[in-house]
Design a binder for this molecule. Structure first.
Ligand SMILES: *Cc1c(COP(=O)(O)O)cnc(C)c1O
Length: 242
């Protein structure tokens, strides 16, 4: 596909997603400006990131360190320097230093040991990195690589982030169960919203609620999500693994 055709296709996708968000905000009595769309560009080429940028998107998400740093470098080389980079994948402890060198927001802090590694990395880069505690909202947590802290562990991780001077405690993140049942996404986001309310009672500025993907953004908006992580609805379907 030619570059301008791809750009038109992405523009049409953005318009569709914006329509869905507008409807969801109206139904929830929320302002569109209260919701940030993070375009999840994992598995897609850097050209797509540049198309998104040309179409006005400023928040971009990646889930693998190697791909992310490559795209950050390629964007900078192309003169695209005003993107906000979100890291939404599992962070390995030995990758914390590289991730904090480019990520503005890390959505996936789910264990205490990661906090000190991220703090060290951010300090070495001289950056302030906003971090979200990723919560596993399944009734029975499964260690399948999706990550997420059990709800009772959220407070301790949040306190460690709040106490780290190179890190900023931004709020919470969750991935709804991917069983395709709108009711379970609804339940998960309601629970996340309650956990966010509890978190803000001790950390009032930790207001980010990162929830909602292509398939469940409406339920996420209904339950107060401030950040939607949208991949396939903007860029098309990905190869099965990714
Ligand atoms: C891939 C991914 C997304 C985007 O998913 P889509 O269903 O394509 O919108 C959101 N969040 C995380 C953590 C992801 O890994």
């Amino acid at each position: 596909m030619r570059g301008d055709e791809r750009r038109d296709q992405i523009a049409a996708n953005i318009e569709r997603v914006e329509g869905r968000i507008a409807t969801a905000c109206a139904a929830a009595g929320r302002e569109r400006s209260d919701v940030t769309v993070v375009a999840v560009t994992k598995t897609f080429p850097v050209e797509d990131v540049i198309h998104l940028h040309a179409l006005g998107v400023r928040d971009v998400g990646e889930n693998r360190d190697q791909d992310a740093s490559r795209k950050v470098d390629a964007c900078r080389a192309a003169g695209v320097t005003d993107l906000v980079w979100h890291f939404v994948g599992q962070v390995q402890r030995n990758k914390a230093a590289t991730v904090t060198a480019y990520a503005d927001m890390v959505h996936s802090v789910d264990r205490l040991r990661l906090v000190s590694a991220l703090q060290k990395g951010a300090t070495a880069s001289g950056r302030k990195v906003t971090c979200l505690v990723q919560v596993d909202l399944r009734d029975v947590p499964v260690d399948d690589g999706r990550g997420g802290a059990a709800p009772p562990d959220v407070d301790e991780i949040a306190a460690a982030l709040a106490g780290s001077d190179a890190l900023v405690l931004g709020g919470l993140m969750a991935v709804a169960p991917l069983d395709g049942d709108p009711a379970s996404a609804d339940r998960a986001f309601a629970r996340l919203s309650e956990l966010s309310r509890q978190l803000r009672s001790t950390h009032p500025s930790a207001s980010v609620v990162s929830a909602g993907m292509s398939g469940d953004l409406e339920q996420a908006v209904a339950h107060g999500a401030t950040h939607l992580r949208i991949g396939s609805a903007l860029l098309g379907s990905r190869p099965a693994l990714g």
